[in-house]
Design a protein around this ligand. Structure first.
Ligand code: PMP
Length: 451
């Protein structure tokens, strides 16, 4: 049996990790995660960790669901792979697309399958441009997004995203993508009424459309709640104003629910939570609870009609578009969610409980704000609770806190000086108590480490 050290050495020698400073990781060695059960994962040193990030916002039904394993195994025996390219189809893709058409908001009745969230957003860029070209408006190329958005890591995904540190590598964004300011009140709106701030940020969309020219703009894309940006929950005024602007001008509204979809905000989709009417809706992660890679772009009847009536090939697709085993797992995942009333349980019981317990952390001297919506939550770390002043960058307060959390048996993520969680939707109230206790302890330890 390999020891932890042997695994770490091989890992350093051969495995390049995503979003990682390789030198730094090789110097300390990666934590080896061996197995998972429910909301917990276990590492090779025998540590039990409460996974408050559900992997990467995806293991919504928790670890160790035998039904999902069985669904994959059964499909793999019957037909492990076939593609949808050459006028062929298979029942897992047909069944899942039908199911998604029923589940997703009204009018989104067509699924284009991908292997990931990034591939969804690459598909979005190609599809919205194909749509406008098919309508005889090929000059409508420009896609408006937001600073500090995350839409994936491929060339198009990273370009749509508004992460400055990603754009610095490799000459991004690609042409015809631009970014307006985000509705991040805590960071950028202090001193201003939050609703006014929300309206102001939304109206930047209108200004940008007018600046570029309505005849040049193809679409606006956004996450209902920015996830990787730091669980940024927009003021209530924001989304209605965005919707008004998208309705007024002739542009498509693309909603990236890679994180928010499948119950995360207490409705099946956050578009329902925020009353948004998307033309395209991106799904991934929770679609299979992360057990197999899968994404889907849900396409409105209007967009589907235009690209169908164009009567020409949409020259886009992936080997794993509609992978049968991944689709079978997604179907089973949705069946379990329905059978166990996961979404209403989140909305009526667990999310209100999390919100109440999470709010207790706002009292902590290190915390400038505690916020949550459904089953995502954030803590803003501050050096001065009164003025909300942040720590100096070099202090790496977020990373210090994250490392302390993990040593205490809790997986929380740091986005700069914002600590975030997105636990499995199946977490119990008792496990929420445990999460909050560990978070409190970790904040105390962080305070001590930083003073
Ligand atoms: N969109 C959003 C909102 C995401 O959070 C992510 C991943 N965190 C992606 C897209 C990209 O998904 P993937 O990593 O599966 O490519």
């Amino acid at each position: 049996m390999s020891t932890t050290l042997t695994i770490q050495q091989q890992d350093s020698a051969h495995c390049l990790h995503p979003f990682t400073n390789f030198k730094e990781l090789n110097a300390k060695g990666a934590r080896v995660i061996e197995r998972g059960e429910g909301v917990f994962v276990y590492d090779s040193e025998g540590n039990k960790l409460l996974d408050a990030m559900a992997g990467l916002w995806c293991v919504n039904l928790g670890y160790g669901r035998q039904e999902l394993v069985d669904a994959a195994a059964k499909q793999m025996q019957q037909l492990p792979y076939y593609n949808l390219f050459f006028q062929t189809t298979h029942t897992p893709a047909v069944e899942l697309s039908t199911l998604l058409a029923e589940l997703t908001p009204e009018g989104l009745n067509h699924a284009f399958f991908t292997g990931s969230g990034s591939e969804c957003n690459d598909t979005v860029v190609r599809m919205v441009r194909h749509y406008w070209a098919s309508k005889g408006q090929p000059q409508k190329l420009e896609i408006i997004s937001r600073k500090n958005a995350y839409h994936g890591s491929t060339m198009a995904g990273a370009s749509l995203g508004g992460m400055a540190f990603m754009h610095q590598q490799g000459g991004l964004p690609i042409p015809n993508i631009c970014h307006i300011d985000q509705p991040y009140w805590f960071e950028e709106g202090q001193g201003q009424d939050p609703q006014e701030f929300g309206l102001e940020r939304a109206r930047q969309l209108e200004q940008k459309i007018l600046e570029l020219g309505e005849d040049k703009v193809a679409a606006f894309i956004a996450e209902p709640i920015q996830g990787a940006g730091g669980v940024i929950i927009p003021p209530d005024s924001y989304w209605p104003e965005i919707q008004r602007i998208c309705d007024k001008y002739d542009i498509l509204l693309v909603v990236d629910e890679v994180i928010c979809g499948f119950g995360r905000t207490g409705e099946w989709f956050a578009s329902q939570t925020f009353n948004i009417k998307p033309d395209l809706l991106c799904l991934a992660k929770g679609i299979t609870s992360g057990y197999l890679p899968l994404g889907a772009v849900m396409v409105s009847d209007e967009v589907a009609k235009v690209i169908t009536d164009a009567n020409s090939e949409f020259a886009h697709g992936f080997t794993y578009s509609g992978h049968p085993a991944a689709c079978a797992v997604a179907i089973e995942n949705i069946r379990i969610m329905q059978q166990e009333n996961i979404v209403s349980r989140v909305r009526d019981e667990v999310a209100p409980y999390l919100a109440q317990r999470w709010q207790e952390l706002a009292e902590h001297p290190l915390v400038g704000e505690a916020r949550s919506k459904g089953m995502v939550a954030a803590l803003e770390l501050v050096a001065d609770k009164q003025t909300k002043q942040r720590f100096a960058k070099e202090v790496n307060a977020g990373e210090v806190c994250r490392d302390i959390c993990i040593n205490n048996g809790l997986i929380m993520r740091a986005c700069g000086q914002t600590m975030i969680i997105s636990p499995p939707l199946v977490i119990t109230k008792q496990q929420v108590d445990q999460l909050v206790t560990l978070a409190k302890q970790s904040l105390d330890d962080t305070l001590q480490a930083l003073s």
